[in-house]
Write a protein that binds this ligand. Structure first.
Ligand code: NAP
Length: 369
């Protein structure tokens, strides 16, 4: 196999976590390759306005993406276009990073920051009104809907938790769910039901969104909903011959988030939802594989947490590179705590695998999407 190039570090993904990792790698003068399948920025490119990044009260997502990219480039690390399809580890403790166009890059360290994607409804109006009333992030966009009637779609933890969160801004939150019950944790459902009792929220059971309606200038004006029922045998959703209009100015869609973890395959231990588990140094279960940002198992997924993860990951990776050099000179294995008998890593696996709830661990439950 021909190796296109060798580096000290390869960063997979150029969202806020990848770009921050690139910045610190550049400052540390590490020979670093950053690969992203699209232009740099990740989910920032889908975000109209960012108003929760400290010091930047109101910045366009695109603008912040460009600023982060320029900042990393200033320290000598640019982003190369390349869709990483798989990562394997050779016998010499080096990763082989393969891309869709057939290239292979080699490095002792990979920082995985490939994020994930929000599952979308795929209905008319969803793409058209994205950022104009269609949102996938309550923390990012909730404040834009102060005093307005909005809808939340979904029936899992995210939808139920975020609907409750959004009542602090909206005059009313209508949750649209395709079943007649939620699958969210009881504690989250209880909190939403309190809001229903207080008339701040309502639930529309057994309906799906058929179309998001609006105006290209002013954005979302309503939803067309279709009544459905669940097939008792198969559990399939069956559409019925009845529709209704729901006049809302915003719709928050929480029907699942898919982490882009497939490319690391069996190299990293996952939680039940597929996110990669790390210790506090962002070390995964495989030596040399660090993880930062939305692809990592954690309570909150924000730009601020992504850059925090990335900062830690680069410093920890630098330490690992030093230990690797020393260990190899001595003909020994480098130190990698998560790999074996680390109480901290085991505790993370336990928490992240759902064996302990956030309440049991004393953590504040996540409000982020
Ligand atoms: P999820 O648990 O997969 O729930 C997705 C919801 O969206 C389900 O109600 C599903 O309905 C519905 N749905 C899926 N596709 C749909 C479609 N095309 N149209 C309408 N509805 C659709 O996803 P999530 O709520 O984002 O949670 C993801 C993971 O994060 C879970 O493991 C969750 O426990 C975790 N999480 C935890 C917390 C917390 O602990 N505080 C908070 C948020 C998330 P069906 O049931 O009909 O498929």
């Amino acid at each position: 196999m021909e190796i296109e190039s060798e580096h000290e570090m390869i960063i997979v993904g150029a969202g806020p976590a990848g770009l921050c990792a690139a910045l610190y790698a550049g400052r540390s003068e590490l020979d670093t390759l950053v690969l992203d399948k699209d232009m740099p920025g990740g989910q920032l490119l889908l975000t109209d306005t960012v108003d929760d990044y400290p010091g930047l009260e109101d910045v366009g997502g695109m603008e912040l993406a460009r600023a982060m990219t320029d900042h990393a480039e200033k320290f000598g690390v640019g982003v190369a276009r390349g869709e990483v399809t798989s990562i394997e580890r050779d016998e010499d403790r080096r990763f082989l990073v393969h891309t869709a166009d057939g290239e292979t890059y080699r490095s002792p360290v990979v920082i995985m920051t490939a994020g994930g994607s929000y599952r979308t409804l795929g209905v008319p109006g969803e793409d058209e009104y994205r950022g104009k009333g269609v949102s996938y992030c309550a923390i990012c966009d909730g404040a834009f809907f102060k005093g307005e009637h909005i809808a939340v779609v979904g029936g899992g933890d995210s939808a139920v938790e975020e609907a409750t969160f959004l009542t602090r801004y909206a005059s009313k939150v209508t949750v649209v769910h395709r079943r007649d019950h939620f699958t969210a944790q009881a504690v989250l459902e209880d909190r939403l039901m309190d809001k229903v009792e207080e008339d701040e929220a309502e639930i529309v059971w057994n309906h799906v969104v058929e179309e998001i309606e609006g105006d290209p200038e002013t954005g979302v004006s309503g939803l067309r909903l279709r009544k459905v029922k669940t097939d008792p045998e198969t559990g399939d959703v069956i559409e019925l011959d009845e529709t209704r209009e729901l006049p809302v100015t915003g719709v928050f869609i929480f029907i699942g988030f898919v982490p882009n973890t497939g490319i690391v395959g069996e190299h990293a231990e996952h939680d039940d939802a597929g996110y990669i588990i790390t210790d506090s140094h962002m070390r995964s279960s495989t030596p040399g594989l660090f993880v930062a940002g939305d692809v990592r198992s954690q309570l909150v997924r924000q730009i601020t947490t992504a850059v925090g993860d990335a900062t830690t990951a680069v410093f920890a990776a630098e330490e690992y590179l030093q230990e690797l050099r020393e260990a190899e000179a001595e003909g020994e294995e480098p130190h990698w705590p998560p790999a074996e008998d680390s109480p901290e890593f085991e505790a993370q696996v336990e928490v992240r695998s759902g064996e302990m709830s956030p309440e049991e661990t004393g953590r504040t439950p996540a409000t982020a999407s």
